[in-house]
Design a protein around this ligand. Structure first.
Ligand SMILES: Nc1ncnc2c1ncn2[C@@H]1O[C@H](COP(=O)(O)OP(=O)(O)O)[C@@H](O)[C@H]1O
Ligand SMILES: [Mg+2]
Length: 363
């Protein structure tokens, strides 16, 4: 029989799809007849409320940290097949701030007592790399990193990978990267494809073959207190998360074959720190003569010839990737509920060559 596996879902960037992935991956594994436990390790407790558990005062993750409490008593059965949960609570935030205990093995020790009852234990981490997340990483066999397609995808990854490396070196020698999961992909947006190309180029085998598309049903399901499978089984989101769970099961079954490659890739990434994230501050000093551009004034011609650094300083980088030669920005004002307007900037040699306005219907 295969050993059970603990997977933490982490990225200290908020809103990248951690909780959506935790809920729907855990549920999908359960539907595929694996025994699954979902642990909500985020004080916001969105994974708990997303499965219909609001403010569970008696059974929650905090008890495991606070007293010598039995982890068995914190587990609740969900309505989804083969899926149990240890709910989160807002009080976990106090633990994050006030904890005097430096015991990074607390969660691991508790999980060891129940690990053999499950095939998969999925931990939904908070965006901080604090005490609870460190405990989660120490308790895990691997870390799944959701990466949102619409934002500067690699921002902050350095810090996360460095933390993972430190934990691997000091507390948990077996820790691996489960993979980078591209989320909220929109094939209509050219820059989404550029980001995917770049991520695959850089991280190679670390990127999951499954890509999670932007799908409105995925964002609606939690408000009904349930997963995508109960809410809308025929949706694209449901299909994507079932595929992800199959990919994870396959990887688990062939474990050992990919470990070496993944380890190497992490090392390369960490050695090439500089090439991942752009420090904005480094470029500020070149901008003395620059007049900020106001996108609301719509005098886009002024942007022609501007350097990427000037564009970042003026319009920010939110949707874009510094390596791409096509950037996009939302144009405020004329958008309606159904349509959004985007300004595309085309760069040649890091300077704006042309621009284009495009409109998209919302999905
Ligand atoms: N694939 C997706 N398509 C559409 N909306 C999504 C998708 N994944 C996540 N969302 C929405 O994006 C927001 C942030 O996702 P969430 O999973 O809560 O991120 P995190 O846990 O990383 O903060 C939520 O409103 C969620 O419903
Ligand atoms: Mg979350």
């Amino acid at each position: 029989m295969l050993k059970s596996k603990v997977i933490a879902i982490a990225n200290q960037k908020g809103g990248v799809g951690k909780t959506t992935t935790a809920i729907n991956l855990a549920s999908a594994l359960g539907i595929l007849e694996k025994k699954v436990l979902l642990i909500d390790a985020d004080p916001q407790a969105n994974a708990s409320s997303g499965l219909g558990f609001e403010n569970n005062k008696t059974k929650n993750l905090l008890n495991i940290f606070n007293e010598e409490c039995d982890i068995h008593h914190q587990i609740v059965q969900t309505h989804s097949p083969n899926l149990d949960i240890i709910p989160g609570t807002i009080k976990l935030a106090e633990l994050e701030i006030n904890n005097s205990s430096k015991n990074v093995y607390k969660l691991k020790n508790a999980i060891d007592d129940i690990k053999s009852n499950y095939d998969y234990i999925i931990i939904d981490c908070s965006p901080s790399l604090g005490y609870i997340s460190i405990n989660s990483f120490v308790a895990s066999d691997s870390i799944l990193i959701p990466v949102q397609c619409e934002y500067l995808a690699m921002e902050g990854l350095n810090k996360l990978l460095q933390t993972i490396k430190d934990i691997k070196a000091n507390f948990n020698n077996n820790l691996e990267i489960e993979g980078l999961l591209i989320t909220m992909y929109d094939q209509r947006l050219k820059h989404n494809n550029d980001i995917i190309k770049q991520l695959k180029n850089y991280f190679e085998d670390m990127v999951f073959k499954t890509i999670i598309k932007r799908n409105i049903s995925l964002s609606e399901a939690p408000s009904f207190g349930t997963n995508i499978f109960e809410y809308k089984i025929e949706s694209e989101g449901s299909n994507n998360y079932l595929n992800l769970s199959r990919e994870i099961i396959t990887n688990h079954n062939t474990m050992g074959k990919t470990d070496i490659i993944l380890g190497k890739t992490i090392q390369q990434v960490l050695e090439n720190n500089e090439t991942i994230a752009l420090e904005k501050s480094k470029h500020k000093k070149h901008l003395h003569h620059f007049e900020p551009f106001d996108i609301k004034k719509k005098n886009y011609n002024k942007l022609k010839g501007m350097h990427k650094k000037e564009i970042i300083n003026s319009l920010g980088l939110v949707y874009n990737d510094i390596y791409s030669d096509i950037w996009m920005y939302r144009v405020p004002g004329r958008a309606t509920v159904f349509r959004k307007n985007y300004l595309y900037l085309y760069f040649v040699d890091n300077r704006v060559k042309t621009f284009e306005l495009r409109r998209f219907k919302r999905s």
